[in-house]
Design a protein around this ligand. Structure first.
Ligand code: CP
Ligand code: NVA
Length: 314
């Protein structure tokens, strides 16, 4: 075909970080997630992804991410291929660029859970199909997509609200900051010394969307949502003993929750360690919405996959 006559392809859309989408796109996705969830609850068949295949690549363990993507894809009429480092050539040093070129010629969508964000970006740069971040050391956008959707279901718009982050300055904390900047809420961040969020890694443009607190109880004061995560993320296991000591005062307990608004929600992306980052009576208590949060991974990701493959519906 002569140059200039080739049909215009829409630009390939990936979901590598929360900030890859605008506030307006999130408003659309949250509405779609609600529609898709309602249909699922009503046992209405909805199979727009017949003949589409999702490849899921896991270089770290997973329960929720695997089940939510796999069940979600099947429910929408599609299929999945599941790869891990141990059972593919990824574990034998095949370059990520070559893996991307090959895998993306055979499937319609790829979800990757890996270590460095740079590896995910290297894959996406050589992929013919959309790539989704299923967690990296730096970010966990699918989780925050579900978490914000869960907040909206329970409390309405998140804009203008306060989210208290108690714990590690990790992939979840970074992603909450990106969400705050895009969706217009504030994060109260309290991390132990040495485990702070690095603003450059978080990838936000300025400090307007967050405030720092030495005392985690102070971070919770007046919050609409209190959230935390494991003290030791996947890939950091060698630091576990040191972290146990450093994080001892960063356990979300009933006293911390009492500093938040009386109607504050508690969230945790799970898996959780009761008695470490959260007290059992908080995670299993009336303010906790962790099971809705986990379930909503599936509904929110179905909306995400539909959007990446089919664009806007209706
Ligand atoms: N929250 C989350 O991503 O859980 P998994 O590690 O089980 O996928
Ligand atoms: N921060 C945690 C989240 C697990 C879903 C980790 O990266 O291990």
């Amino acid at each position: 075909m002569k140059s200039g006559t080739a049909p215009l392809e829409p630009p390939l859309k990936h979901y590598l970080q929360f900030k890859d989408f605008s506030a307006e796109e999130y408003a659309y996705l949250f509405e779609r997630a609600a529609v898709i969830k309602r249909r699922f609850k009503n046992f209405e068949k909805y199979t727009p992804l017949v003949d589409r295949t999702l490849a899921m690549i896991f270089e770290k363990a997973s329960t929720r991410t695997r089940v939510s993507f796999e069940a979600g894809m099947y429910q929408m009429g599609g299929s999945v291929v599941h790869l891990t480092t141990g059972d593919s050539q990824l574990g034998r040093a095949e370059p990520v660029e070559d893996s991307a070129r090959v895998i993306s010629r055979m499937v319609d969508l790829v979800m990757i859970r890996t270590y460095e964000q740079a590896k995910l970006e290297g894959f996406a740069a050589h992929s013919r199909v959309p790539v989704i971040n299923g967690l990296t050391d730096e970010y966990h956008p699918c989780q925050i997509l579900a978490d914000v959707f869960t907040f909206i279901e329970h409390r309405g718009p998140i804009e203008g609200k306060t989210v208290a982050w108690v714990g590690d300055g990790n992939n979840m904390a970074n992603t909450w900051l990106q969400a705050a900047e895009i969706l217009g809420f504030t994060v109260h961040l309290s991390t132990p010394g040495g485990y702070e969020v690095d603003q450059a890694v978080a990838g936000i443009s300025n400090r307007a969307c967050y405030k720092l607190f030495k005392n985690p109880r102070e971070a919770c004061r007046g919050a609409h949502l209190v959230t935390t995560d494991v003290w030791t993320s996947m890939g950091f296991e060698a630091e576990s003993a040191t972290r146990q000591q450093a994080f001892a005062d960063w356990c979300v307990d009933a006293d911390m929750m009492s500093a938040a608004r009386p109607d504050a929600l508690f969230m945790h992306c799970l898996p959780a360690h009761r008695g470490e980052e959260v007290a059992a009576d908080v995670i299993d208590g009336p303010q906790s919405v962790v099971w809705d949060e986990a379930e909503n991974r599936m509904h929110a990701q179905k909306a995400l996959m539909e959007y990446l493959l089919l664009g806007r519906i209706g």
